[in-house]
Design a protein around this ligand. Structure first.
Ligand code: PAF
Length: 292
């Protein structure tokens, strides 16, 4: 009986924990002409992260993921402490998904001179609206860690999820103001069958909370479908009432210009728009958005 050529296929992923080691390895790869595609994460990986990796693998490129729960972007100590950490599982998922390199630094490696931001980033309007308004300092921390990671990995391409719509806008601005030589690719949101956007935080939902969480997406779809038929303020009120009735505590339900995130009082057919929602269910804060 002829034996199959391969019984199974297995992948090797290099794991680096220090800046010195990953920088040396990637410098050598770059010198050989490899394109480097980078997916920064905070771990607790799910299909959404894997879709970023898959997008990066289309290039084709040497794919680099990082797992680093960045303390400087949490404006709530309990949220940082409770952030899910599933490193063993994450390593298995990334290996199976054929990621080439994982950067797994500790806090001292990323912030050898302390975590203070020497000179705040000028993030402009983005820092005063939506997530910027509800999570003061959050985007400073995101910009700080992503700039550090980009200076370590020096990728040609950076992959981010569209679920964090405002984060993508902030990081475009970071690339611009810091003149970073990287192309940002924003990848569509991966959703559960009931529409819930995949997120590491979903693991913390109780069964009851999870059964309700798809409502946020249903509200976004309703905002989308009523475009040109109703005024936004009416739809916004309906969504707020529905969410509150089901036990959510909405921070915001807004309509914005998709390019600038300028808040819009009503639908404006001359612009590309995005609807954005942030709401607590129990102590878990969920965010989502839909481009109209
Ligand atoms: O989106 C995230 O997981 C984080 O904000 C990021 C971009 C990895 C920075 O810590």
């Amino acid at each position: 009986m002829a034996l199959p050529l391969y019984d199974f296929i297995y992948f090797i992923m290099f794991i680096f924990k220090t800046v010195k080691d990953i920088a040396a390895y990637l410098d050598a790869q770059r010198a050989q002409g490899k394109i480097i595609a980078f997916v920064p994460t905070m771990g607790a990986l799910h299909k959404g992260h894997l879709s970023l990796l898959k997008a990066a693998q289309q290039v084709p490129a040497l794919t680099v993921c990082s797992i680093f729960v960045n303390p400087t972007q949490f404006n709530n100590a309990a949220d940082l402490e409770k952030y899910p950490r599933t490193t063993e599982q994450d390593i298995a998922l990334l290996t199976e998904a054929a990621c080439d390199v994982l950067f797994l630094p500790d806090v001292a490696e990323v912030y050898p001179d302390g975590r203070d931001i020497q000179e705040p980033y000028d993030l402009g309007y983005l820092e005063s609206v939506l997530e910027g308004a509800y999570r003061p300092g959050h985007f400073q921390g995101v910009a700080q860690v992503v700039e550090r990671l980009l200076r370590i990995v020096k990728p040609h391409k950076l992959y981010l999820g569209q679920k964090d719509f405002q984060q993508v806008a902030v990081l475009r601005r970071l690339i611009d103001i810091r003149h970073l030589d990287v192309t940002l690719e924003s990848v569509p949101t991966t959703r559960e069958p009931d529409g819930l956007a995949m997120s590491s935080r979903n693991r913390r939902l109780t069964e009851t909370q999870r059964s309700l969480a798809g409502l946020i997406y249903q509200c976004l779809v309703s905002i989308q479908s009523k475009k040109g038929m109703q005024s936004f303020s009416v739809v916004q009120k309906e969504c707020r009432e529905l969410l509150i009735h089901k036990g959510f505590r909405p921070d915001y339900i807004e309509l914005a210009d998709a390019a600038t995130l300028e808040l819009l009082p009503d639908y404006d057919p001359s612009r590309k728009m995005v609807a954005l929602i942030a709401a607590y269910i129990g102590e878990i804060r969920l965010i989502d958005n839909l481009v109209l």
